[in-house]
Design a protein around this ligand. Sequence first.
Ligand code: 5GP
Length: 139
Amino acid sequence: MAAERCIFGRIGAGEIPCQRVFENEHVLAFLDINPLAEGHTLVIPKRCVERFEDLAPAEAVELALALVIVARKVLKVTGAAGYNILQNNGRIASQEVPHVHFHIIPRRADDGLGYRWKPQESDPAVLTALAQRIWDAAG
Ligand code: 5GP
């Protein structure tokens, strides 16, 4: 028996309605139901994949191509000065829906959205060792 699809899997399959702004064979983009800003859009693979690192290479390429198109479309329509592309993986990283989704969030001056970003001092030797470990790890 096939595994039950999550909400975005069902939206991608056309079982649940959404406000779609772009679609092709592999990807769907639609407006977020609780937007952080006008034009807040979600871009998803149609196939059910929970996390970014689980995407097939061709699927990742399709998503990247769609992101460029959808970002241009959203910017054109909203007239926003900039935008964030955000993609959460795992509950610890605020992923609520267990299906890969990229947020395109239009930004305006004084929109009050902010971003908590706390840079830390680091030891160059520690960075060098860490970079080497990541370089050597299987991808
Ligand atoms: P996450 O925290 O998982 O990165 O973001 C999930 C996003 O999906 C939230 O911004 C939320 O508003 C949006 N969302 C959740 N359920 C639905 C839905 O049924 N339809 C749409 N269009 N957006 C949804």
